[in-house]
Design a protein around this ligand. Structure first.
Ligand SMILES: Nc1ncnc2c1ncn2[C@@H]1O[C@H](COP(=O)(O)OP(=O)(O)O)[C@@H](O)[C@H]1O
Ligand SMILES: [Mg+2]
Length: 351
């Protein structure tokens, strides 16, 4: 039997607009306290004797891929959902899910056609049940927020993605732990585990990426960037963070790398120069080979439109997309194959 969450929204609404509830940070999502899934504790002080707690596996998930970026707006979430779709379409027929950890800017529900979805139900032991569309189970903070406003003629579809999260750091940390460790990815699938969980991280190198890197056993990470000099120089920070956390970096995806002119069919590199030479020099300066650039995706207007309409562009079959879209789809599939290859060939035994 499943339980609905009548009290959950009340808890969240209350905590959203209050910054000093004495104990609300202990259970920010308002999940029932009789759960046996106790999230790990983040140490309050630095490593004293035993250091950080050991990294944990996410329950019912075999492999975890982190999708990160050092700046917002570079296409991270778009690539996260399309990566999940492409992984699920590989011949291995992987079971793939998406966890949206961009607490302050969740966009997975919109990109997956789940804008305005009902609150998640709970399992018997109080874990969140993911919400599925296009065959991909998803979990996002946005599902747990009330809509920002009542529908009106001015805005007929207010959405919970518009609701601001105004939490302090500790609340955010706890919510992240609950989303990570108190979501049941085997629910509604006859108990079968996810082969891959794609995690959409918030941009930058702040608290959330840091604590995910410290708490979770990760198999692959991608850094999404655009080809401009400023974005690339920010990538250095992301690479440095992943190295510090000892996370396996599969590589960089350069989004909006070029534009294929519908008239002349030529590739136009939007930031000029000789991108290959510049990228190779950049990679060398970070001690990495050019093979760590695992994808260069063109700017394709319909990719953006697909996201707005809740249909990931990778789902559209051949014949349904024009040439620039096919180039984008091929590049995206190659990224998914590379990620899966890295996972399959990593030393970590398949669990
Ligand atoms: N390759 C692309 N071609 C065209 N539009 C894109 C492409 N990648 C992303 N976009 C659009 O760019 C915007 C930002 O993408 P998003 O995935 O939300 O970025 P982030 O998660 O990094 O903030 C969205 O409107 C999205 O539709
Ligand atoms: Mg995003």
């Amino acid at each position: 039997m499943l339980r609905s969450l009548p009290s959950l929204n009340r808890t969240i609404i209350r905590s959203l607009f209050t910054s000093s509830l004495p104990r609300s940070h202990e259970n920010p999502l308002g999940l029932p306290s009789n759960t046996s899934r106790v999230p790990p504790q983040i140490p309050r002080r630095g490593p004293v004797s035993g250091g950080l707690p050991p990294k944990r596996k996410i329950p019912n998930v075999k492999h975890v891929v982190l999708v990160s970026s050092c700046k917002g707006g570079v296409g991270k979430s778009t690539i996260a959902v399309n990566l999940a779709v492409c992984l699920s379409l590989l011949p291995q027929r992987l079971r793939v899910g998406i966890l949206d950890l961009d607490i302050f800017g969740p966009s997975i529900p919109t990109l997956m056609g789940l804008k305005g979805a009902e609150e998640p139900e709970l399992t018997e032991d109080g874990a969140l049940i993911p919400i599925t569309n296009h065959g991909i189970p998803t979990m996002s903070m946005a599902y747990l927020l009330p809509p920002l406003a009542q529908p009106s003629s001015h805005d007929p579809t207010p959405t919970n993605e518009d609701t601001p999260v105004v939490w302090r750091g500790l609340m955010v940390q706890k919510a992240v732990q609950q989303l990570l460790f108190q979501t049941d990815w085997s629910a509604r699938s006859a108990g079968s585990k996810l082969d891959v969980l794609v995690v959409d991280l918030p941009p930058g190198t702040g608290d959330i990426p840091l604590s995910v890197g410290q708490l979770v056993d990760v198999d692959s990470t991608l850094i999404i960037t655009t080809p401009d000099t400023l974005a690339l120089s920010d990538v250095r920070r992301g690479v440095a963070m992943f190295r510090k956390l000892n996370l396996p970096l599969t590589g960089l995806v350069i989004n909006n790398s070029y534009f294929i002119c519908p008239g002349c069919k030529e590739r136009h590199y939007l930031f000029g120069g000789n991108p290959k030479d510049e990228q190779n020099a950049f990679m060398k300066s970070m001690g990495m080979g050019g093979d760590k650039i695992v994808g260069e995706l063109p700017l394709v207007v319909d990719v953006g439109r697909g996201g707005e309409n809740g249909v990931p562009f990778a789902l559209l079959g051949r014949g349904a997309v024009e040439e620039p879209g096919e180039v984008w789809q091929t590049a995206m599939r190659n990224v998914a194959e590379r990620v899966w290859k890295e996972i399959a060939h990593s030393n970590a035994p398949v669990r």
